[in-house]
Design a binder for this molecule. Structure first.
Ligand code: BGC
Length: 496
């Protein structure tokens, strides 16, 4: 490690908590915020990929070029194949973050994002359109793994929750920006616009450091100190933070082996991470977002693109609220409130469909059937559908939207972070694909109200799971979180 001219600010006699508070008092966050901004241009790009499909599908269904016209089947693939690409991106990303580092892995996402949109722009047939979607989906999958890890490894505990929640904030901003821009420009110009943020990300990240934790693990001490100096400003005892990270690295030297899976410090966070992803998708978020247009149509909002923008804005607003309060309120309490609000709203949705079906006296359980979707101007229950939708989206945004991604980046020990996050990303995107694809079958099998009540049951399960299994990570360093899991062999992890 290089010698430095800073004056050590900490004394050995202080308790670790005091040392930590004193350390943070002198931290400057400006450059950390800049690094976070550079990184979250990745999630913004992946939000644009997700949001791009809706306006592009509307345009492509009536394309002037007959080779590019999407029928119903192809339109559905154009939307959903991104999740398949993203699941593959999870596997690739898990490998990349450990081998190539966090920063380089993120920078390498830019070319497939841009290539994906370029392929779509210059498509001569539907297969090129789908190929472009797979490529941009792949980049989205890698990004959804790398960025939370990059942010949590560069942040300190005081702002880690807020900065980590910016990942989801930028995803939903990207979705709503694509919807909004899609109302003003055609799909080709939209694709051009969507290619810009990954290029900015690539340029900005060239000037940002690799994470100190990765560098220390790679025994690149001098670079790790330089990264800490960049991220924390000149006025703190960088060596103190360096030593904390290094000590934790020593406790878990060596790579991850299969035998390690039996250790509670590995399998506990691993199981929690995977279940968080599974349960996030079991809330039905992607199916309900997909149905937003129709629900608004039922409430006589004729312009369904505007409806999607409204849903997106509600998500952005409440995700921003979550980001602002998460480091004070904690992760668990927000997950519990969020699960509860979603359970209530999906129950209300069920009630709406139950009464609604009786109201229109339509025995068909198919939400898509014209008789069932377009009801007269005097639908007395439209408010209930809108209320349920608004509550659900706000509830998701305040907890189960951002927090599973944040926890994924916080709870795994360094040596398992790449592999375990990869499995989480695959689980999330795989489940997103399954839920959107089986939603129609569920409506047939259980009827609309049965389907929403099933989602309600899962949201209730989410609350229980949070209370019983999810550790509170607020106010802890990543090293303390690891230490807690190591100590938890044979007992539950301490719950704050
Ligand atoms: C979920 C995605 C979802 C997005 C929408 C993310 O946290 O993982 O499946 O589409 O939020 O807000």
């Amino acid at each position: 490690m290089e010698d430095d001219d800073f004056q050590p600010l900490l004394t050995q006699s202080e308790s670790p908590d005091l040392q930590c508070s004193r350390y943070l008092r002198n931290v400057q966050n400006r450059k950390l915020f800049l690094a976070t901004f550079g990184a979250v241009l990745g999630p913004l790009s992946f939000g644009l990929v997700l949001g791009f499909s809706s306006p592009a599908i509307s345009d492509l269904k009536q394309s002037e070029d007959p080779r590019l016209i999407l029928d119903e089947e192809m339109a559905s693939w154009f939307g959903s194949i991104v999740t398949v690409g993203a699941a593959a991106g999870g596997i690739l990303g898990g490998w990349m973050v450990d081998r190539l580092g966090r920063k380089l892995s993120l920078m390498l996402c830019a070319p497939p994002f841009v290539l994906g949109f370029t392929l779509i722009l210059s498509a001569q047939n539907v297969w090129m359109l789908l190929g472009g979607r797979v490529l941009s989906g792949l980049a989205s999958g890698v990004t959804s793994l790398v960025v939370p890890v990059y942010i949590s490894e560069t942040s300190h505990w005081k702002v880690r929750g807020t900065l980590g929640s910016c990942v989801q904030l930028m995803v939903v901003t990207g979705i709503v920006a694509a919807y909004g821009a899609g109302m003003m420009v055609g799909w080709r110009w939209l694709a051009v616009g969507c290619s810009l943020p990954p290029i900015f990300m690539l340029v900005l990240m060239c000037f940002m450091p690799e994470t100190p934790r990765y560098l220390i693990n790679q025994e690149r001490g001098a670079e790790a100190m330089a990264a800490l100096r960049f991220l924390r400003g000149p006025d703190v005892d960088h060596e103190w933070e360096y030593r904390q990270i290094e000590a934790s690295g020593e406790r878990q030297a060596g790579g991850l082996t299969l035998a390690d899976i039996r250790e509670p410090s590995i399998y506990k966070p691993f199981t929690i991470g995977v279940l968080l992803m599974l349960l996030q998708q079991a809330t039905g978020i992607n199916a309900i977002m997909f149905y937003a247009d129709m629900i608004f149509e039922e409430a006589n909002f004729q312009d369904s693109s505007l409806a999607s923008v409204i849903v997106g804005l509600v998500q952005v607003a409440f995700t921003a609220v979550a980001a602002l309060i998460i480091d004070r309120a904690g992760r668990k309490v927000l997950l519990i409130i969020s699960g509860f609000v979603m359970a209530v709203s999906t129950t209300l949705f069920g009630v709406y469909f139950r009464i609604h079906v009786a109201h229109v006296n339509n025995s068909s359980s198919d939400l898509m059937s014209p008789a069932d979707t377009v009801i007269g101007p005097a639908d007395p229950l439209a408010w209930l559908a809108l209320l349920s939708m608004g509550l659900f989206i706000a509830g998701f945004a305040i907890g189960w939207g951002p927090i599973p991604w944040l926890l994924m980046s916080e709870i795994f020990p360094l040596r398992a972070r790449g592999v375990a996050s990869g499995v989480c990303v695959v689980t999330n995107w795989g489940c997103a694909f399954i839920v959107t694809k089986v939603f129609h079958d569920l409506l047939d099998l259980l009827s609309p109200y049965g389907t929403f009540w099933l989602f309600a049951a899962f949201c209730g399960l989410n609350v229980l799971f949070t209370i019983l299994c999810v550790p509170e990570t607020k106010g802890k360093t990543l090293e303390q979180i690891e230490f807690d899991f190591q100590q938890s062999a044979g007992r539950e992890i301490s719950i704050q």
